[in-house]
Ligand binder design. Structure first.
Ligand code: ADP
Ligand code: MG
Length: 498
């Protein structure tokens, strides 16, 4: 063994096809031996996983997959982990955009957009930004972080506003011509909302939109207080700067609580879930960009499971498109979507705590998982909350609804997956972990969609339908359960959300 190998504790590998002989014997490298080794090296190099396109989105010349170019297009057509920045890919939401523009332009109020993760706030903000820039607004976009502070953000905002828009500087003033910004005029040391408002009060010839995205991420209460104070200052003095804040629901009330009087200077919009037509439009946009088509039932499946979420629609379209290309097809079928759903389920399950995973598996055994899934679908865009009315909408018979309500209460009493909440809307339930919601919903939706596609047996031979609650009830209630099966339940639950 060479000293290097000894030092590293490595055993020299015997050359392939050669009897391992004395340690120092070297396999004779004949011409063919060399060729073999070369061929082997080339073979294993070809097998080794590699990126299919370069960082500049060029196809790697080594790739022989005839769909490689389509894959690249598909990846940019459906970007579940990135917000939309290109207007051509932005689906639906025309009413929402019009409302936002009108509030900014006609009412001159500040805008707060709130809604669940993945509902499309950041994408909306990007498209709104482009519309404002088209109207020559100066738009400064900031994505808030856990430690965001007022001073840092507003120094950066001021640095993006050219001095030539300050009423104290003629456009020909030397400092303005040299490309100075409002940040040059800010005093050293801490910045108060008052100082920022005083500076912005001098703006002329333009309007500024300051976008604070991911507002919920910032944990600093002082930052929020300062923002509320700034809104008050800007509004009281009709200053040509407006804020657009995007985040999750809870923050809105928290922001307004600081200074109730700013309520009338704010337009708060809950970003709604997308309609089925808007989700179809999202998929169709992607079809156009990628050249991958979705057949009618594949599209229906995506729309059904997405339940109004552009994130879910984008994720499923992305995965199912790739699944079709893997099978050398450019037409996506229901089977591809089903694979995509399985893939999404695996991803979502990984985000759930082991404890809750075990509880979900237990719920499946006791037969309540499916109905909990339908409730999760109703709760997805309702702040994670559902209540007795959702259960009533699911079951046509009052007796079965009452039965399920008892089960829900039992689960909440034991702290299994659910917690009971008494709030402004009355008695309701929330899932104890946020990540449980999409998982349970997707499981239920997949089951429901695939079952609805099964051919209905001829009436005379019809077997009793499986009760939705997957329970193993006694004979009498089994019959009742079968009669109670809410065929279009998730659709109804989804429709009520719309
Ligand atoms: N109007 C839309 N059209 C097409 N895709 C959208 C639209 N809105 C959101 N998406 C997609 O949904 C996902 C989540 O959107 P995002 O704007 O990041 O949501 P949020 O900021 O609310 O978490 C992204 O993948 C984005 O591509
Ligand atoms: Mg966002």
């Amino acid at each position: 063994m060479s000293w290097i190998n000894r030092l590293l504790g490595r055993k020299p590998k015997p050359a392939q096809g050669v009897q391992s002989g004395p340690v120092f014997s070297v396999a004779p490298l004949t011409a063919t031996g060399r060729d073999d080794a070369k061929a082997k090296k080339a073979g294993s190099a070809a097998m080794f996983p590699r990126f299919q396109s370069t960082a500049g989105d060029q196809l790697s010349p080594r790739i022989t997959d005839r769909f490689a170019a389509t894959r690249i297009k598909l990846r940019s057509a459906f970007t579940p982990s990135q917000p939309i920045t290109d207007r051509r890919m932005f689906a639906g939401r025309t009413d929402v955009l019009t409302t936002l523009i009108r509030s900014l332009e006609d009412q001159r109020v500040h805008v707060i957009m709130y809604g669940e993760r993945g509902i499309g706030k950041t994408s909306l903000v990007h498209v709104l930004t482009q519309a404002a820039q088209d109207a020559r607004y100066i738009v400064v976009y900031c994505s808030c972080g856990a430690g965001s502070n007022f001073e840092e953000i507003f120094r950066a905002v001021a640095a993006d506003i050219p001095l030539l828009f300050h009423s104290g500087f003629a456009p020909t003033a030397e400092q303005a011509e040299r490309g100075g910004s409002l940040a040059d005029l800010l005093p050293a040391g801490p910045l108060s909302p008052r100082t920022v408002a005083d500076l912005f009060a001098k703006l002329t010839g333009t309007r500024v939109l300051v976008v604070l995205d991911e507002f919920d991420v910032c944990e600093n209460p002082e930052f929020r207080r300062n923002i509320a104070e700034l809104i008050k200052n800007l509004s009281d003095r009709s200053i040509r700067t407006q804020l657009v804040i995007a985040g999750v629901a809870a923050d809105l009330t928290e922001l307004v609580e600081h200074i109730p009087s700013i309520r009338r200077n704010i337009f708060a919009l809950q970003v709604p879930k997308m309609t089925a037509a808007e989700i179809s439009h999202l998929v169709e946009n992607g079809e156009e960009i990628s050249g991958v088509a979705f057949d009618r039932s594949a599209l229906d499946f995506i729309v059904f499971v997405a339940n109004g979420s552009p994130y879910l629609a984008s994720l499923l379209s992305h995965h199912s498109g790739l699944a079709a290309l893997d099978k050398a097809r450019t037409k996506v079928s229901v089977e591809d979507v089903s694979l995509a759903v399985d893939q999404a389920l695996a991803e979502f399950r990984g985000r759930i705590s082991k404890h809750a995973q075990a509880q979900i598996d237990q719920a499946a055994k006791s037969g309540v998982r499916h109905v909990l899934g339908v409730m999760a679908g109703a709760a997805l865009f309702n702040n994670g909350r559902f209540d007795g009315r959702d259960v009533d909408a699911l079951y046509p018979s009052a007796a079965t609804a009452a039965n399920f309500k008892n089960t829900v209460q039992e689960l909440a009493d034991k702290g299994v997956l659910l917690e009971a909440h008494d709030d402004d809307y009355g008695k309701g339930y929330k899932f104890s972990e946020e990540s449980v919601l999409p998982y349970l919903w997707i499981l239920a939706a997949q089951k429901r969609f695939l079952e609805s596609r099964k051919p209905t047996p001829a009436p005379e031979k019809a077997a009793p339908e499986k009760p939705v609650a997957e329970k193993t009830p006694d004979k009498a209630s089994e019959k009742a359960g079968a009669k109670d099966e809410p065929v279009a339940a998730p659709v109804r639950a989804a429709a009520r959300q719309g």
